[in-house]
Design a protein around this ligand. Structure first.
Ligand code: FAD
Length: 318
């Protein structure tokens, strides 16, 4: 079932959904089931599975020289989506990215998803490779999420890349896009970012899923700003707990989000790692309760190796 159908069926009640990463190459699918098992009792409306582009690395040869190799550390997004559907009978939302793929590969991935009966995608641009100064599109690939989105919309209308494709079966994807309550880090300002977000919605995005945030007021202001520029689709808040002191510097650096002063102070005053987890859990419970009371359609949790904490948060909220 599509994300939009879940939202319509909820009739205004707040749903819960989770996001997982594919296991590192070499790990089993059971490691993912072990991660998700404690969370399934909350009957998530769907589970998102992230996509990870290949990284360029230099591997030392026997003679001491180096060879350049492409390594995908977390492959398997499409297969994992199918496996989770079979294992838990839950809908899944694969992330699709522009970075590292050409349009043909993207079309083939969409055909695979369609054959598997997966009718949701979250379309994203992806980030630059670690050794790149800024994002560069793959040869024959897309430069912005909106270009990828248009390819999915085309396929929903039976328009394939090759003009001579016979039969032209239409896909039926529900399409989500990313939004940034604290603006995307490359955008010169929030207004500019919102214009591009509106273009994605006007081009066919069915809903927006946000970057994590730790201050609900930023989400509420973003939601108002979206509505004021005519964005009418559902906006789903993305939520993540603080679980270590290190995250106070790592999260702003990687995800370009602010940590509120009160949260920062409480984490700094925590005496043990367990105390930090308690602070982060209580903060996320408070965030979740306020968002639910404000009538958000879904609470979407980035579980990222912390299922026990997410379990405690959802239990205290829903
Ligand atoms: P875009 O919408 O293309 O925007 C990128 C930047 O370009 C923005 O600054 C925007 O303002 C600007 N822009 C947009 N359109 C145009 C245009 N036409 N002309 C000029 N400027 C434009 N990354 C992964 O690799 N894998 C994942 O699974 C993944 N999941 C994510 C899930 C969520 C909910 C979020 C919020 C992010 C996720 N990301 C993921 C990270 C994401 O790929 C990065 O944040 C990336 O830098 C931007 O992606 P986007 O889809 O927002 O890009």
């Amino acid at each position: 079932m599509k994300v939009t159908e879940h939202l319509a069926n909820a009739k205004g009640n707040t749903l819960v959904s989770f996001e997982v990463l594919p296991p590192l190459k070499g790990k089993t699918i059971e490691s993912l089931y072990n991660h998700l098992d404690p969370l399934i009792e909350f009957k998530p409306a769907w589970i998102n599975v992230t996509y990870h582009r290949a990284e360029t690395m230099f591997r030392k040869r026997g003679d001491g020289s180096f060879e350049k190799v492409e390594v995908r550390k977390r492959p398997g997004t499409v297969g994992i989506c199918a496996a989770l559907r079979n294992h838990y009978n839950v809908d899944t939302v694969p992330h699709l990215i522009c970075g590292g793929f050409n349009k043909q590969e993207t079309e083939n991935a969409l055909v695979d998803l369609n054959f598997l009966g997966i009718d949701n995608v979250l379309v994203l641009r992806g980030d630059a490779e670690k050794n790149e100064p800024s994002f560069a599109p793959h040869a024959g690939g897309h430069g912005y999420a909106i270009d990828l989105l248009k390819q999915v919309v085309n396929l929903n209308n039976g328009i394939y890349l090759e003009e001579d494709v016979q039969n032209e079966a239409r896909t039926n994807f529900c399409i989500g896009v990313a939004g940034y309550p604290e603006k995307h880090f490359e955008a010169p300002n929030l207004e500019n970012d919102l214009q591009y977000l509106k273009e994605k919605v006007d081009a066919g995005a069915d809903y927006i899923m946000t970057q994590m945030f730790f201050d609900n007021q930023k989400f509420f202001r973003f939601q108002d700003a979206c509505r004021s520029v005519g964005i009418k689709v559902p906006i789903i808040p993305g939520l993540k707990p603080i679980t270590t002191r290190k995250q106070l510097t790592v999260l702003p650096r990687i995800f370009h989000v602010d940590i509120p002063a009160d949260l920062c102070k409480a984490v700094m005053q925590a005496k043990t790692d367990a105390d930090v987890e308690t602070v982060g859990t209580e903060w996320l419970i408070a965030q979740s309760r306020e968002l639910k009371a404000a009538g958000v359609p879904v609470l979407h949790y980035y579980t990222l190796g912390k299922p026990r904490i997410i379990h405690n948060v959802v239990k205290a909220t829903m």
